[in-house]
Design a protein around this ligand. Structure first.
Ligand code: NAP
Ligand code: HSE
Length: 424
């Protein structure tokens, strides 16, 4: 590879813009780190008329993907567009054309990562995707590098910053007696303005983004194929200010967690759902637009990382880390195509855990009828409280089997509002 590394950047939005800015601001540092100069040859966008402060030379802009992919002088293609197609096809084309590829695209890596990783290997080029999970956190590198000699038993993460930001803003509203629902809307808007949210933010709030990231994390942590459809997914749209108020009263934090773990019977269980965590959990302090990952393994025991999980500069930091890696080591490494097990996965219904329950009924009599079967399961209730409409009561359960518990709750839900949040 020559002293110049030539790049095609596909996308000049939040992440692409951040990468172009950091490449310019840190050009001397990057040269000192790698002995190479990075030269941006093409920047692919849809709208050529849009003003773009981050693009140094408007002549580099193109709306023609083939121009950006097929230029024989280009060494590395950075896919920072998002979405499944045409991003996946362009990554494939770039690898087939012998280019190294860096992507921040968790959807593509969750759905087609295995195929693309094998293709990169066959082509003798590198495909790196650190920015696809938890923004600036070097978690994928850690799993493939310094931690690779451990048997990982559990990975628990706050891997979606938009929802963590929204939950924090709802918590603040509850603390100051303001409506949490208004805070939800305002926080989502702010997350979009700050560039944290996906182009379609339902991917964030419905838990899809976290599900994609869980598939990538679990694959690298457990060296096992983890089909997306085997990962249970629940977002944050059904949470209310009352849930955050109760979390505070119970001395817990409410987070959207990604949890993947090896069960004692050898199966792998991966899931995404809102979870109440105790104050002692390392992820309790991970607030706002931060992401965090807490790992357990048989050597290091436990470890946690946290930092900005989204936004232009934080994500660009991870993309540029991958670029430095390619500049230093352009040959593919064996670790990027490890032999994966096709082990069994376990559905969430096979787990046993504790639950927070919030029942809302028209009156005390209705509440009593709901309470009785739950008390038989060992649920411990707080005193009931009147609401503007109806009456509310919350409980914590002892460890129960998810499958059996959800069947019982489904019956109660025909009679009243029942909120269920799992405990870590
Ligand atoms: P974004 O702000 O919406 O930017 C997307 C860019 O790609 C825009 O410049 C857009 O062009 C261009 N683009 C999209 N589709 C195109 C097409 N078909 N042809 C040509 N250009 C196209 O998105 P982003 O937030 O930067 O996210 C990019 C990727 O990074 C996504 O995979 C996302 O999940 C991932 N990611 C984002 C973050 C974050 O904090 N935002 C963090 C980690 C990973 P126009 O400007 O002309 O519309
Ligand atoms: N929308 C994503 C998030 C971007 O909020 O975490 C980072 O992957």
């Amino acid at each position: 590879m020559s002293k110049i590394l030539r790049l095609s950047v596909l996308g000049a939005g939040t992440v692409g813009g951040g990468v172009l800015t950091l490449l310019r601001e840190n050009a001397d540092l990057l040269q000192a780190q790698t002995g190479k100069r990075f030269e941006v040859r093409h920047v692919l966008v849809r709208d050529l008329q849009k003003p773009r402060a981050a693009v140094p030379d408007p002549k580099r802009l193109t709306a023609d993907p083939q121009r950006a992919i097929c230029d024989p002088r280009v060494d590395v293609v950075l896919e920072l567009m998002g979405g499944l197609e045409p991003a996946r096809t362009l990554i494939r084309d770039a690898l087939q054309a012998g280019k190294h590829v860096i992507t921040a695209n968790k959807l593509v890596m969750a759905v087609s990562g295995d195929e693309l990783i094998r293709l990169a290997h066959r082509q003798g080029v590198r495909l790196l995707y650190e920015a696809s999970v938890a923004g600036s956190l070097p978690i994928l590198n850690a799993l493939q590098g310094s931690l690779a000699g451990n048997r990982i038993t559990r990975v628990v993460g706050i891997v979606n910053s938009t929802t963590n930001f929204i939950l924090r803003e709802m918590e603040r509203a509850v603390e100051s007696d303001e409506p949490a629902e208004t805070a939800y809307d305002a926080a989502l808007h702010k997350a979009q303005e700050n560039g944290y949210a996906e182009a379609d933010p339902s991917s964030d709030v419905e838990g899809y983004d976290a599900q994609y990231k869980t598939a990538i994390l679990a694959r690298l942590a457990f060296l096992q194929y983890v089909p997306l459809e085997s990962i249970y997914r629940e977002g944050i749209t059904h949470l209310s200010g009352r849930d955050l108020l109760w979390a505070k009263r119970l001395n817990m934090g409410l987070k959207l967690l990604s949890i993947s773990e090896r069960l004692p019977d050898g199966r792998l269980c991966a899931r995404v759902h809102p979870t109440l965590i105790p104050r002692e959990c390392p992820l309790y302090v991970v607030r706002g637009a931060f992401s965090g990952v807490w790992l357990q393994g048989n050597g290091f025991q436990e470890m946690s990382l946290h930092g900005f999980g989204a936004g232009a500069r934080a994500t660009a930091s991870a993309v540029i880390g991958d670029l430095i890696e390619i500049a230093r080591h352009p040959k593919p490494l064996k670790i990027e195509d490890p032999s994966l097990r096709t082990g069994e996965t376990a559905p969430i219904e096979s787990l046993t855990m504790r639950y927070f329950l919030r029942l809302v009924a028209p009156d005390e009599d209705a509440l009593r009828a709901l309470r009785e079967p739950l008390q038989l399961l060992g649920a411990e209730f707080q005193p009931s409280e009147p609401l503007a409409q109806g009456v509310e009561q919350v409980a914590l359960t002892p460890p129960l089997n998810e499958g059996e518990f959800q069947t019982r709750i489904a019956r109660l839900r025909t009679e009243a509002t029942v909120q269920v949040i799992r405990l870590l």
